[in-house]
Design a protein around this ligand. Structure first.
Ligand SMILES: Cc1cc2nc3c(=O)[nH]c(=O)nc-3n(C[C@H](O)[C@H](O)[C@H](O)COP(=O)(O)O)c2cc1C
Length: 304
């Protein structure tokens, strides 16, 4: 989760709990990213991945910098890079693709992805589809057979995780919003409060300068955007995207909310954030997921 939502502060405890701790690598300066990766790698023997959006102008620089700093895995989304797989082979580092269609899933597996993440319409941030997870996942399950297939978008508890793994055949899940509501996530309290206050109808689609729709909490800034008011920035300070329609500066708006200015900020969020009403430690989140999932499997064993 970029920008500075998922940093080493969150990735370390996730990795310590046995998950893949993922640092959001887009939209931050290379030295800052490298320092954060090194910090995470020093603090845990678990797996530390870096997520980098293909839409970033400095995509390859960020990938190479992450590898140099010791990342264990590169996860890419928001566009599709073919060259990244060659880099993965050369540097012996697993590349994981985030896709939202069977065609890109097939391509990713063919080109050498170590795993494929199916990201559906319920996800937070930039969206590649308007199809729900339970509709999209089976279409991709049919075409990916050699590498792990991960379900993502709107998963908030262990029952949903068990459902995706047991009923839909997912090999794992990718979870974002649940971890924003963790003690360790380095966003402002105001950002977390926006999550806690959000009702189902407060989580909406916005247009992003990246050229994709995005899912976010309806903050005053988003209300302004949806009303058609002028939200454009004066000048571009970052030149961060390959193609930017520059309706507003996404870097400024994401940074604003991360630092506490939710009024003027963009608060990316999954569609099911309204179901979560507690800030927990990462360890507690893992424990609750495992307990709920185990109860599902136990019930099945008893029934059988
Ligand atoms: C605050 C936030 C920031 C995100 N940033 C990124 C990102 O930088 N790159 C990316 O590929 N996905 C990003 N995502 C999408 C997540 O990685 C994830 O796939 C999705 O949100 C899963 O749905 P969930 O939030 O309901 O668990 C972001 C999501 C959120 C909520």
């Amino acid at each position: 989760m970029s920008i500075r939502v998922s940093t080493s502060a969150l990735a370390i405890p996730v990795a310590e709990c046995g998950g893949i701790g993922t640092i959001g690598g887009s939209g931050i300066p290379v030295p800052e990213l490298q320092e954060d990766i090194r910090k995470a790698k020093k603090a845990t023997k678990g797996v530390i991945a870096v997520n980098i959006m293909y839409a970033m102008k400095d995509f390859y620089e960020l990938v190479m910098a992450s590898i140099e700093a010791g990342a264990d895995m590169i996860i890419t989304g928001a566009g599709f890079s073919r060259d990244i797989f060659k880099i993965g082979k050369t540097h012996n580092i697993p590349i994981v693709s985030i896709v939202s269609s069977p065609a890109f899933a097939t391509l990713a597996e063919k080109l050498g992805a170590a795993a494929v993440i199916v990201e559906a319409a319920e996800a937070g941030g930039h969206l590649g589809t308007d199809v729900s997870l339970r509709e999209l996942f089976p279409t991709i399950r049919k075409v990916v057979s050699k590498v792990p297939l991960i379900a993502s978008g709107g998963i908030t508890d262990g029952y949903e995780m068990a459902e995706m793994m047991d009923k839909y055949g997912a090999d794992g899940v990718q979870i974002a919003s649940r971890f924003v509501l963790s003690k360790e996530c380095s966003v402002s309290q105001e950002f977390k409060d926006a999550y806690l206050k959000a009702r189902e109808e407060d989580i909406v689609l916005v247009s992003s300068p990246v050229g994709m729709p995005g899912r976010a909490v309806k903050t005053p800034f988003v209300e302004k955007m949806l009303s058609g008011a002028d939200i454009s920035a004066d000048k571009c300070r970052f030149q961060c995207l390959k193609k930017c329609n520059y309706k507003y500066c996404i870097n400024d708006r994401l940074t604003a909310s991360q630092q506490g200015d939710v009024e003027n900020g963009l608060v990316f969020s999954g569609a099911n954030t309204f179901k979560m009403k507690e800030i927990l430690s990462v360890q507690e989140i893992f424990a609750r997921f495992v307990k709920a999932a185990e109860s599902v499997y136990r019930e099945k064993t008893v029934q059988a």
